[in-house]
Write a protein that binds this ligand. Sequence first.
Ligand SMILES: [Zn+2]
Length: 407
Amino acid sequence: MSQPDLISYAGGWEGYRVAKTTTIGTGKEKELQIELVPLPQQSLQCPTCGGRCIRVHETTTRIIRDLPILDARTKLLVHRRRFRCPQCGPVLEALSWLGKYARVTNRLADSVAKLCNVLSIKHVANFFCLSWDQVKEIDKRSLTERVGSVDLSDIDIIGMDEFALQKGHRYATVIVEPHRRQVLYVAKGRGRESIRPFFDDLGLDGCSQLKAVVMDMNGAFEEEVKARCPQAAIVYDLFHVVAKYSREVISRVRNAEANRLKDDKKARKVIQTSRWLLLRNSRNVRGDDMLRLQELLDANKPLFTVYVLKDELKQLWRFKCREEAELFWEHWFSKAISSKIPQLVLFAQRLQGYIQGILNHCLWPLHTGILEGINNKIKVIKRVAYGYRDHDYFFLKIRAAFPGIPG
Ligand SMILES: [Zn+2]
């Protein structure tokens, strides 16, 4: 095999052969240019109607990037043909390895998209010597193909949650099928109107099939759900209730304790530096940290109380039997009230108003981690991306991260 034949064979450019190879530059700047010309073909097929074309209408040379060959950046000079189809007029020849108006080969696009799952656009662009915009467009196209359209039939439970688009002031909403772990819908905003198009897509039949909707008790979604699917049970998930407890009870009691101890610098310091310890899941605190936590709680009775009651509150989501759960709640509620810790009393009284939605969990025992998992994954996607300005792209990333497990 001669050298160009070997390269043609290894290159996999179906329908083409190598006419010439040129190496430009050295070291990191080394670039390989491969000129590709069409193999003489017997039939010229129209990609639109499948019919036979009579002749080549015109040939233009395009510069296409391919995967690097060994250490050399690789550019292809492709003689691209346009046929004349008797039915359709001039048509661009379809190639198995190159998209219609693509500037990179399909396999380079695939590699870019794969790397974009774990690296930032900037890193991928640097790696392949492509521009930031090129990498983004390649990834966006690949994501669009991968996620496709969502099948909304046979959905009886959904979970909904909001997340920050930009630090704290712009929000978006995500709707998920928890059993399949599939993101069904992502949209800007966090009000009633942001989820309205989802229910429109679901249709009247789909809405009437819905049995339960899991959400945060603070959200504006409840009214829309009640209006569109009055039969669906509203379920409040553990993740949001515990997060609210951490914010409204633990953090506030900690601040109050720190204020109370403002004359005792040492004790105050211990409390001020304890935020992480107190908010962490107790199962994840070990060794010296466990000792620190113990000392902190021993010295601060209100902190100890709210800390213990947080762990107890979580137990509420373990019950399968609604009556037992209700008893457990009454017990927890009376402990909270009799603690006389103002922040805890207020929280318990407010939560009482939402208790039906919490007890509904017994009927619809979903894996409570699902909304938390999605919430965390969204944060990771956002961190890798260093803030997406293109929201459609960001939403595609979220959907691709939760494509659903086939049932
Ligand atoms: Zn045709």
